[in-house]
Write a protein that binds this ligand. Structure first.
Ligand code: NAP
Length: 292
């Protein structure tokens, strides 16, 4: 048995789809797959020019823009049809696209909490649709993205290009927010991520007869478009040092942190994972009021 990292952690020849793959964590995932042998990594997003720039700047020979909107079933089916025509199978779907959603009013450091009237007025100024939109991308679209690609994932098992012990897989990028009860965090975001994590566990069980696995990545804080302004509220800067009371690792997450966790799940090394949740957060969850 070859137990070298090279043999265990490569993703040689796989075909992957990464939604939200043009930026941030999705692009980190796409690059990790492309750098370690993936045959093709389709990156999905609504902004074609962002996808093209990302592919051109990284691995243009294997990262392929696949413009589309994950909240539209029609768009998802069109994307699946294109992949079916071009390759005919998929080994890995990473349902990663996500949005932050509205935030409640919270006290500034050292100040009293807002009055109940202030809290309610701020929250009620957000239309219900805006709250629900967070779920559309973060939760509903994860389910429908999986549905749209299930037959191609099944075809990936038939091709068997990863060996008999490796089965096709859906990975959702959820968040430690799904376990956190942090005051001031987005009710819409955190609850949508809790729902996504549970959705994936349910799907892992339901898809057993079809030999398609489902696992979850739950990142902590990574500097991306999504966390931009929020990071500046809790730390000195995207790349600065964080107090260990906020992040025990004393830094934000970085590309190698996501790449390592992705390669573990996506390669032969993670072939025995199904219904698993990998927390990659520098220990942050332990500093929060949380449930895991
Ligand atoms: N950054 C963190 O600290 C952190 C922590 C935990 C979890 N996460 C999760 O990681 C995932 C990626 O977020 P990120 O931090 O990397 O932020 P990001 O750079 O803003 O990435 C979000 C991506 O999702 C895509 N997207 C949004 N709505 C879409 C739609 N309707 N259809 C298709 N694509 C859509 C965006 O592309 P377009 O706008 O071009 O469509 C964008 O590429 C999210 O699920 C997020 O919740 C992030």
């Amino acid at each position: 048995m070859n137990l070298t990292a090279e043999a265990l952690f490569n993703v040689n020849g796989i075909v992957a789809i990464v939604t939200g793959g043009g930026t941030g964590i999705g692009l980190m995932i796409a690059k990790a797959l492309a750098a370690n042998g993936a045959r093709r990594v389709y990156i999905v997003g609504r902004r074609k020019e962002v996808l093209e720039a990302a592919a051109n700047a990284t691995f243009p020979e294997s990262i392929v823009p696949l413009p589309g909107d994950v909240t539209s079933l029609e768009s998802l089916c069109e994307m699946a049809e294109r992949v079916k025509t071009e390759v005919g199978y998929v080994n890995l779907l990473v349902a990663n696209a996500g949005v932050m959603g509205p935030r409640p009013l919270k006290a500034s450091p050292g100040q009293s909490p807002p009055t109940l009237s202030e809290f309610c007025a701020h929250a009620l100024a957000t239309p219900m649709d805006v709250f629900t939109d967070t779920y559309s991308v973060n939760t509903t679209a994860v389910y429908y993205s999986a549905l749209a690609f299930l037959e191609l994932l099944d075809a990936g098992n038939t091709v068997g290009n990863m060996g008999a012990d490796w089965k096709s897989q859906v990975i959702a990028t959820s968040s430690i927010g799904g376990f956190s009860r942090l005051k001031g965090a987005s009710f819409a975001y955190n609850s949508s991520k809790a729902a996504t994590t549970h959705l994936m566990k349910m799907m892992a069980t339901s898809l057993v007869p079809y030999k398609i696995r489902c696992n979850v990545l739950a990142p902590g804080i990574f500097p991306t478009d999504l966390t931009g302004s929020f990071m500046n509220n809790i730390g000195p800067s995207h790349t600065g040092t964080f107090d260990p009371s906020l992040i025990p690792a004393e830094r934000a997450g970085s590309e190698p942190d996501i790449a390592g966790a992705t390669l573990f799940l996506a390669s032969k090394a993670g072939a025995y994972c199904n219904g698993s949740v990998i927390v990659v957060d520098g220990g942050r969850l332990g500093t929060l009021t949380s449930t895991y």
